[in-house]
Design a binder for this molecule. Structure first.
Ligand code: EPZ
Length: 423
């Protein structure tokens, strides 16, 4: 077990490169299992979620060769089972994409109910609805989702999602890719990583049109073929480093980004008085004056991303006036607030809205990360708080942020990764 020890008050400055997008990799890696020929995927981030995928692949008899850091050749030609061992799957939510991938290729699947960050109830009813519409019979018992099809194939269907679900959209696309006939998905999520998964599938020979809009049409194909694909940059990692720069009054250039994917984050940071210069594939973030308040509602893309909600709440603790954040996607994504309040924050949560009053003083203290972005929020606060903050349960953070200690240290943060002693 490890913890981060952070001494606050250091201005970040310099350049940091963003890694491949975790949530795109979480969809693209299982999608690679749908192809019986080797595929090459680049810009895969070196994070715990990816290591979990590679463990699942090896358990399934998938050949995985690392060509160089971040680039893998995945050969699922000799896949030996469609019911991967459940241990690893329980540790991340994205394991539910194995349902779509295995159903698509083999017409049956057995997958453990997903784990992942706890923001209240996170149903998968829309995933199930899509697969049942495509002809699958789904049985959920003992934490295992078993799916079968009468003739070994899914069939095209017309699915209207009751909620705009990223996971549901991606999973249904996986299922429809090798189904018999055409599928139309309506009320789809438009997140860039849903588009990235569609582009990856199309580079393997799938026939998917409309990704990035609310209607996606998929014409099933017989089989997929080899390809080489590069994953998009992680806009949430980029946004998190933008907030690191803002909270420390720093001057940081974040490279390897797609500025268009950052529009909502850039707009909100500018509202707080932060300067953001957009370059071709980079953004430069500087903050010299006081932080102004902001009111945020998290929404589906292109709205303000829920995955940046905790980080912005931590930043707004340092603002000169009262801000509000309303969580428009998840049932309860404010569990991290109690830890920020232990550092001196003054955040009141009522239902789906957090009211963030200006903190008198933010001071370092031992805290715990309760999920991936909550951990990022604690780092935001620790970087600007007075004194030393120790953050435990950093395993959550390392699920989604590649080399965060190395990257932060390279731009002036005082952060070390220390083994937790159980004395
Ligand atoms: C993905 O989760 C991301 N995870 C999350 O990122 C992100 O917060 C979320 O999308 C929203 O953008 C991955 O991509 C691995 P949803 P997902 O299905 O797919 C409800 C991070 O920090 N819903 O879009 O699980 C659901 O309860 C993680 O990187 C249903 O009701 O999110 C939620 O209220 C955290 N039924 C809303 O829809 C369903 O069948 C959006 O969920 C599915 C979802």
């Amino acid at each position: 077990m490890y913890k981060y020890v952070i001494n606050g008050g250091k201005r970040l400055s310099g350049t940091v490169a963003v890694s491949g997008f975790k949530n795109a990799a979480d969809g693209i890696l299982p999608a690679a299992l749908m192809c019986a020929e080797p595929v090459r995927v680049e810009n895969i981030p070196n994070i715990r979620d990816v290591l979990l995928w590679l463990d699942i692949f090896r358990d399934m008899g998938v050949k995985v060769d690392m060509l160089r850091p971040g680039a893998y050749e995945i050969d699922a030609g000799s896949i030996c089972r469609d019911d991967p061992p459940f241990g690893h799957m329980r540790q991340m939510r994205a394991s539910y994409y194995l349902l779509g991938a295995m159903l698509s290729r083999f017409g049956k699947a057995a997958v453990s109910m997903p784990g992942g960050c706890d923001f209240g109830v996170r149903p998968i009813d829309q995933h199930i609805k899509a697969f049942e519409a495509m002809g699958a019979t789904i049985d959920i018992q003992g934490g295992v989702i078993r799916a079968t099809t009468p003739d070994g194939k899914l069939h095209g269907a017309h699915v209207y999602f009751d909620v705009m679900t990223v996971g549901g959209t991606i999973n249904a696309m996986l299922g429809a890719t090798l189904a018999e006939g055409q599928t139309v998905l309506e009320n789809c999520a438009r997140e860039p990583h849903a588009v990235d998964v569609a582009n990856f599938l199309n580079s393997m020979g799938a026939d998917i049109r409309g990704a990035g809009t609310s209607v996606i049409k998929i014409r099933g194909v017989e089989k997929l073929h080899s390809c080489a694909y590069t994953i998009i940059p992680d806009q949430i990692e980029a946004g998190t480093y933008m907030v690191f720069a803002a909270v420390t009054g720093g001057d940081l250039t974040i490279t390897g980004v797609i500025p268009k994917h950052l529009e909502a984050i850039i707009a909100k940071l500018r509202e707080t008085g932060v300067t953001v210069d957009e370059l071709d594939d980079a953004v430069r973030v500087t903050r010299t004056g006081t932080l102004r308040r902001a009111n945020i509602i998290t929404l589906e893309y292109p709205g303000f991303p829920t995955d940046m909600q905790p980080q912005m709440a931590a930043l707004l603790c340092f603002a000169s006036r009262t801000s509000t954040i309303t969580e428009g996607i998840f049932e309860n994504r404010f569990k991290y607030v109690s830890e920020l309040n232990r550092m001196g924050a003054n955040i009141l949560v009522s239902g789906k809205t957090a009211t963030i009053l200006p903190a008198e003083r933010m001071t370092g203290t031992p805290v715990r990360a309760c999920d991936l972005r909550a951990g990022a929020a604690l780092i935001v606060a620790a970087l600007a708080a007075e004194g030393t903050t120790e953050i435990e349960d950093i395993i959550y953070v390392e699920r989604g942020y590649e080399d965060i200690v190395g990257k932060l240290t390279s731009v002036g943060a005082d952060i070390t990764r220390v083994e937790v002693s159980h004395d």
